[in-house]
Ligand binder design. Sequence first.
Ligand code: GLU
Length: 279
Amino acid sequence: MKLRKVTAASAVVLALAVSATACGSDKKDGGSSGSGGDKKIAIGIKFDQPGLGQKTPQGYSGFDVDVAKYVAKKLGYNEDQIEWKESKSADRETMLQRGDVDFIAATYSITPEREKKVDFAGPYLLAHQDVLIRADESGIKSPADLNSKKLCSVTGSTSAQNVKDKLAPKANLQQYPTYSACLTGLQNKAIDALTTDDSILAGYASQAQFKGKFKLGGFKMTNENYGIGVKKGSDLKAKINKALEDMVADGSWDKAVKANLGPANYQNEPAPKIGDIKS
Ligand code: GLU
């Protein structure tokens, strides 16, 4: 009799656990559902940007990863409840719109165009568009020099759009799916320069395997205000803004910048104020 009672109780627990899991995986709008340890949050990051978002055999690392972990924790998720997904530049809006991820922290600049499709918390970092060139390059001294060059950037990025719109409209722009693909092109001279945010380029230039091979132009061509992307209308935006404020206030932001961008000797801007977007 006693044994049967225990069995019945276990069945109830099991049923509850199953429904909590089902609920957690269905709900992609912030994952506030579920109360057990089974709930998950799906976060989009870059997989190939050292210092920012990188997948290695040891796991996931970078400033965006640390920001995402901090935010997730404030939303009630431990690291082992995070499901990391790669969000390439061109895929980010769609991934949010489809609900593939709860939020995206992936060197994602806040722009009016993107704000038509998704919402942003932040900004949490201010970067600037720059170029990466081979160390022996002498023909690229200013952004105007790019007009006669083979320039690589990534489809769906602000960097590629800025080149076309204003920075070097006459450049031979090649759009690749990822920055690491551009980097290969720069190495084997298929392209002359790679353009994107200085934060990303500093990370590449400092990689041991590229030591002495590349240099940054130092042009500071734009302001790139990194935000955390969420689905349009999501109540996560306000919660994430609060988490980002806490991250700056308790010193975790500074620590994360130093740990992740320090090794590349990246001269970061101070922590931006929430809602203060530099044009
Ligand atoms: N921050 C720029 C952007 O959001 C360039 C970096 C990237 O492609 O992630 O488009």
